[in-house]
Design a protein around this ligand. Structure first.
Ligand code: TYM
Length: 332
């Protein structure tokens, strides 16, 4: 059976981008057709300036939102990265096959490091090695497919490269994974800055729809979305990015096609209104289920405990094999 692995980082509240680009598909498709693991990757949240209490809170909330979004622990494994030592164990070994040049070429590293420096802060070493830890997340489980939004494809490519290199040097140990992205909404853009991705830790809050936003807040954000000059409604990503973003969000929420939807509108206002309602409807069941889960924290804890046990058992043989293959003496 196809092995699927993916994760979300608890660096901020989950957004519509995370949902449409990744989580929704994990729940609707991946968990049904594959042997899947979904992880709250908390170690990754320590790579930038962080507040320990907030990371803990967001990790718990992230796990609960994954379940609220429809991940079913009977069908897949849901767990927290730091509960399974194998990720960090494997990461070190993969650092011994990765190069510093490869790390410095990563787009997200370049962008985030530049942002940290602009703020006058220092860049944590773990920000540079982040993609290796991500490769370890993926390779530890013999993953075939990694369902992600567009922004993660370069990282998954690196995981592929490291798997191939390790296998060539030290003997076949890892499955070579591949990224899969949704046809629509693989990159949901910020509603206020349609040239930038809607990211959970961005500063442009009014342009970000969070999964737990109240319906009225969602409506307000969508109605105030920046659109482009021009009056007709056409789907043109290059020339009319603000409009294209709205059309893609509407299409992803209603199952339509952005270009065909554009034909049905002659005003921005009507498009925004329908998009706002479509988003509210898509998020409604997630918010409601999340509220139920908040009332039952023991359930979420139990899911994470069992998930970590299952994940550990799945990862250990591969990580042990990698340790042996690279020349480490097994314990007696
Ligand atoms: P993260 O937490 O930034 O995002 C989680 C998932 O949501 C997708 N995504 C988006 N999709 C469309 N439009 C957007 N605006 C948008 N923003 C986020 C991301 O592509 C991702 O699929 N490095 C990863 C977490 C990670 C991981 C892994 C993923 C760590 N280890 C192993 C897969 C496998 C990250 O920061 O995702």
């Amino acid at each position: 059976m196809t092995r699927v692995f993916s994760g979300v980082k608890p660096t901020g509240h989950l957004t519509l981008g995370n949902y449409l680009g990744a989580i929704r598909r994990w729940a609707a498709v991946d968990q049904h057709r594959s042997d899947a693991l979904f992880c709250v990757v908390d170690l990754h949240a320590l790579t930038v300036d962080h507040d320990p209490a907030r990371v803990r809170r967001l990790s718990r909330q992230g796990a609960s939102l994954l379940l609220a979004a429809g991940l079913d622990p009977e069908l897949c494994t849901v767990f927290v990265q730091s509960h399974v030592d194998e990720h960090a164990r494997l990461s070190y070994v993969l650092e011994c096959v990765a190069t510093d040049g490869e790390m410095r070429r990563m787009i997200q590293y370049k962008e985030k490091a530049a942002r940290e420096r602009e703020r006058g802060g220092s860049v944590r070493l773990s920000l540079l090695t982040y993609p290796v830890l991500m490769a370890a997340d993926i390779l530890a489980y013999g993953t075939d497919e990694v369902p992600v939004g567009d922004d993660q494809t370069q990282h998954v490519e690196l995981a592929r490269d490291l798997a191939v290199r390790f296998n060539q040097r030290y003997g076949h140990t890892f499955v070579v994974p591949r990224a899969t992205s949704p046809a629509l909404a693989a990159r949901v853009m910020n509603l206020q800055e349609p040239a930038s991705k809607m990211g959970k830790s961005d500063d442009v809050g009014p342009g970000i729809v969070y999964l737990l936003d109240e319906p009225d807040a969602v409506r307000k954000k969508v109605m105030r979305a920046v659109t482009d000059s021009g009056r007709d409604v056409v789907y043109d990503r290059a020339e009319r990015p603000g409009l294209a973003n709205l059309l893609e969000i509407l299409a992803a929420c209603t199952g339509g096609d952005p270009a065909e939807l554009a034909d049905g509108y002659d005003s921005y206002g009507a498009l925004k209104k329908d998009t706002a309602e479509a988003v509210v409807e898509v998020l409604r069941p997630v918010r409601e289920r999340h509220q139920e889960l908040c009332a039952d924290p023991g359930y979420v804890e139990g899911v994470l405990r069992e998930g970590a046990e299952k994940a550990r058992a799945m990862a250990r043989p591969t990580v042990d094999a990698a340790y042996r293959a690279i020349g480490l003496l097994p314990p007696t």
